[in-house]
Design a protein around this ligand. Sequence first.
Ligand SMILES: [Zn+2]
Length: 320
Amino acid sequence: MQQPNGIPPQSTAAAVTPATTRLSTSRTLPLQTHDLGTFDDLVGLVSGGGVVVLSGAGLSTESGIPDYRGPDGTRRVEPMTYGEFAGSSEARRRYWARSYIGWQRFNAAAPNEGHRVVTDLQRAGYVGPIITQNVDGLHQVSGATDVIELHGSLDRAVCLTCGEYTSRIGLHERMTEANPGFMDRFEEAAHVVGSQWGEQVRPDGDIVLADALVESFHAPRCLVCGHDTVKPDVVFFGESVPKAVVEQCFSLVESAGAVLVLGSSLSVMSGYRFVRRAHQRDVPVAIVTRSATRGDAEATLRLHAPLGPTLTELRDALGH
Ligand SMILES: [Zn+2]
């Protein structure tokens, strides 16, 4: 099925994935659950090595990138869906106007102690591959290797019409040339309403922005085919993670010594299915996060705790 503007609905890889695995915007989380096990149990589990880390937005909040969900698990913002983005030029203009501003803050974010500890544990041989739901690249910036970006990366963009890839930084420079003074107009508008725009950045680099500003924005066009169908190379809500990536992650989880979930509510199937698979194969699952998760029933170990201090303590306890 073609969208009204001729955009294919999704890449071929995603098209073969069953609809049930698509990211959904309508998940509800379980009620608050209690810790299961102790910090010493966590040390014992990780000391065994072969740990596959599954990280989510909660790991990057200490870098100033807010989670979609608050600590109580309720959704704070509604992200743009793939259908909206692909369905109209107006939606794409809105996305890019907001993202033009949001990405600057996003791009300036630095790894926090949590990222650094994960990297240290990987270098020390306790942690193997890192599966992340984050699109911020902060694991890699902190020096981690073998990172699988389940939801893609904001570093790249892809044209939905011709498939051409482009770097986000280059795209940003082109948007700056095409929209002289846009940042100034935004800052003036933000000042008038007393808004701290940096606090409104979302995990996907998006930001809340007034309609009048959006309407004045020139969205980027593909340098190859000229269409305004350039999309950040991230998995939107309503889209699927490429099947090959999912299979790779299943394989890693099945052969892991343990799965360590860090800062993910597991509210979307894209991450939860790996916890479920680990549980089915008797691979221990430890969850460290600020609040209840959808995978709590499958967890061997559950600690509701702030990530930075807990991971630092873990590294110390392991003697690194
Ligand atoms: Zn193109």
